[in-house]
Design a protein around this ligand. Structure first.
Ligand SMILES: Cc1cc2nc3c(=O)[nH]c(=O)nc-3n(C[C@H](O)[C@H](O)[C@H](O)COP(=O)(O)OP(=O)(O)OC[C@H]3O[C@@H](n4cnc5c(N)ncnc54)[C@H](O)[C@@H]3O)c2cc1C
Length: 309
């Protein structure tokens, strides 16, 4: 099929892009890597009358760190972020040495996002703005407790991951707003993360995804844990109950099993052709346990190396 007719705009600055989006109102749509939007246009699942292609805007593809304590362990009490421009390609982030050292779970989960050609084109901001419940990057942003920076008619604001995903393919971005940067908390001290998913084939959308982040205090007890799930609800889902179960524990097997059970209890997945609801719920328990176990093991390694939160 062919897309419905649209007007194509290719601004060369953020200001021009925001103006074009504001003028287009509800009829405007950002075009980034096109790996989700173009198929949706071709299948007429989306029919915006104005496409604002943001690929010619420079400076929105940088990957850098920001915040106190440039070296691991420094800047106690302050946060340090891996800041990723919305137009950074998924493949660039997957291969970034900075991402591997600050947020090792990102390259790990990106390696199963679609295929190399889709990751060469698809952007980090596009994946997060698209808010696919089965998207790996939205789940990772939520598990790490990151945030996004959005620009719009009223200036720039930040939205925490907990408030970003509000429904199926829907974020809390307002009319005329564009996502410009993603901020992932950088690993520091005794912090570890874990990622696990089951997909029909490598690169396919997963049946279920789990991503976890765990921070230990100096005594080895869990000071904070976040577990996020994908592909089992209408949006990427944070499971606060899993963090509550683990808080204050040493991340031993009974606590991990209780947290995985809390994750299972938090979902009511739908049936699909290749994965009935009961199978998906079973996967949530298994994958949540795996992701949390990995996160605790990696945080413990960091503690042994000498860092605590
Ligand atoms: C064969 C195939 C397999 C795939 N498999 C996976 C997979 O396993 N996991 C996965 O997560 N994804 C998968 N994808 C989707 C892919 O990751 C997309 O790249 C991503 O979902 C969208 O990023 P994009 O840059 O291509 O955005 P686009 O397709 O250009 O845009 C997607 C949506 O986001 C909006 N948008 C884009 N950028 C911004 C911005 N800066 N501000 C505001 N709104 C914006 C657009 O308006 C549009 O609504 C797959 C895609 C293909 C074609």
């Amino acid at each position: 099929m062919k897309p419905a007719p649209f007007r194509y705009e290719r601004p060369s600055s953020l200001e021009e892009a925001l103006r074009a989006l504001e003028e287009a109102g509800d009829e405007g749509r950002v075009l980034a890597g096109g790996q989700s939007l173009v198929p949706m246009l071709n299948m007429r699942l989306a029919a915006p009358s104005v496409l604002v292609d943001v690929n010619a805007i420079s400076g929105l593809d940088e990957i850098a760190t920001e915040g106190e304590g440039e070296a691991e362990g420094e800047g106690e009490g302050d946060r340090r972020y891996l800041v990723v421009g919305a137009l950074a390609r998924q493949r660039t982030l997957e291969r970034s040495a900075l991402a591997a050292s600050c947020c090792p779970v990102l390259p790990e989960c990106l390696s199963v996002v679609g295929h190399v050609p889709t990751r060469n084109r698809g952007t980090v901001g596009g994946s997060i703005a698209h808010a696919d419940p089965a998207g790996e990057l939205p789940v990772a942003l939520l598990a790490l407790g990151g945030e996004v920076e959005v620009a719009g008619p009223d200036g720039v604001r930040r939205i925490g991951a907990d408030d970003l995903f509000v429904g199926f393919l829907t974020t809390s971005l307002g009319a005329g707003e564009m996502l410009v940067r993603c901020r992932f908390p950088a690993r520091r001290g005794a912090v570890g993360s874990g990622f696990a998913e089951v997909a029909p084939r490598h690169g396919d959308f997963a049946f279920a995804i789990a991503c976890a982040s765990v921070a230990l205090d100096e005594s080895g007890r869990i000071a904070g844990a976040r577990l996020a799930l994908g592909a089992v609800a209408d949006r990427p889902l944070l499971v606060p109950a899993a963090g509550d179960v683990l808080g204050g524990s040493r991340g031993a097997e009974p606590a991990l099993r209780a947290a995985a059970a809390a994750a299972q209890a938090a979902v009511d997945p739908a049936d699909s052709l290749h994965a009935p609801a009961g199978y998906r719920r079973h996967l949530v328990g298994v994958l949540a346990g795996r992701a949390l176990r990995q996160a605790v093991a990696k945080a413990s390694e960091q503690l042994t190396k000498g860092g605590s939160r």
